[in-house]
Design a binder for this molecule. Structure first.
Ligand code: SAM
Length: 248
């Protein structure tokens, strides 16, 4: 008892729920969720009926207080978001933070996450990646966010909405080199799942070739920046030698 379980739920295919998640949802005294209608449907699919408590980005602080009181009274609470792992580009982090600060136990129940699923099927380097979530909607801010990531050697992972995918690809082409590999992981675990890999310079043509390619939910992955070449290293050493010669 007195535990907040952070429970991952499917990102499309209802089969992607773990046995442990189902057990915890079954024993929980209440389920805190982003959208009660959405979670009611999810629970109904697995034959579960639970008290649902709304805990979305607009009421996270008040929700946290109420949940803490229930946890202090010895209850078990499950925290879910609409899809995938709570607190990953989804509400949940503030509640977890408040529950921890109150000295109560928080347990993660691992499961689906669009970012990790996309990475696993991308063929891009997966031992180092930078999860960048959603890029800013405004062009200027998006560009500066991308410029900050320009030299990162790790694979870059972005979430994107269908109505912004074209703008995002244009911004990626403008700020990163066109020769990098890009992977579009679209509608993962769903009927129209597609994982497409090409060079950044070819990405816009691929998206434009079929309007269906701009629909659905996307994870966009971009190959990390190439390591500094030997020529760059030699140049750096040359400059260092000049600077050292100038030092008293
Ligand atoms: N918490 C979720 C997770 O663990 O992945 C992410 C939620 S975030 C609000 C929604 C974004 O995740 C979508 O815009 C898309 O970028 C990505 N996403 C979610 N489901 C997806 C799927 N089935 N296929 C591809 N991307 C998906």
């Amino acid at each position: 008892p007195s535990t907040l379980y952070v429970v991952a739920t499917p990102i499309g295919n209802a089969g992607d729920i773990t046995l442990r998640a189902l057990n915890v949802l079954a024993i929980a005294d209440a389920v805190a969720c982003e959208d009660t209608r959405n979670t009611a449907q999810l629970l109904h699919r697995y034959g579960l009926h639970k008290e649902l408590v709304a805990a979305h980005e607009h009421n996270e602080r008040e929700a946290a207080e109420k949940l803490i009181a229930r946890l202090q009274a010895g209850q078990r609470i499950a925290l879910v978001s609409d899809a995938g792992t709570p607190a990953v580009s989804d509400p949940g982090a503030r509640i977890v933070d408040a529950v921890r600060a109150a000295g109560l136990r928080v347990m993660p129940l691992p499961g689906a996450s669009a970012a990790v699923s996309a990475l696993s099927a991308s063929g891009l380097v997966g031992d180092r990646f930078l999860f960048a979530g959603f890029l800013p909607a405004k062009a200027k801010q998006r560009e500066s966010a991308l410029l900050e990531l320009k030299d990162v050697a790790a694979t870059l992972v972005f979430y994107e909405a269908p109505h912004r995918i074209v703008d995002t690809v244009d911004a990626l082409c403008a700020t990163l080199q066109g020769e990098r590999q890009v992977v579009f992981a679209r509608e993962l675990t769903k009927l129209f799942e597609e994982v497409h890999r090409c060079r950044l310079s070819e990405a816009r043509a691929w998206l434009d070739a079929d309007p269906n390619r701009q629909k659905g939910e996307f994870v966009v992955l971009v190959e990390g920046a190439a390591p500094a070449s030997e020529e760059d290293d030699a140049e750096a050493e040359r400059i260092l030698a000049i600077l050292l010669a100038e030092c008293p």
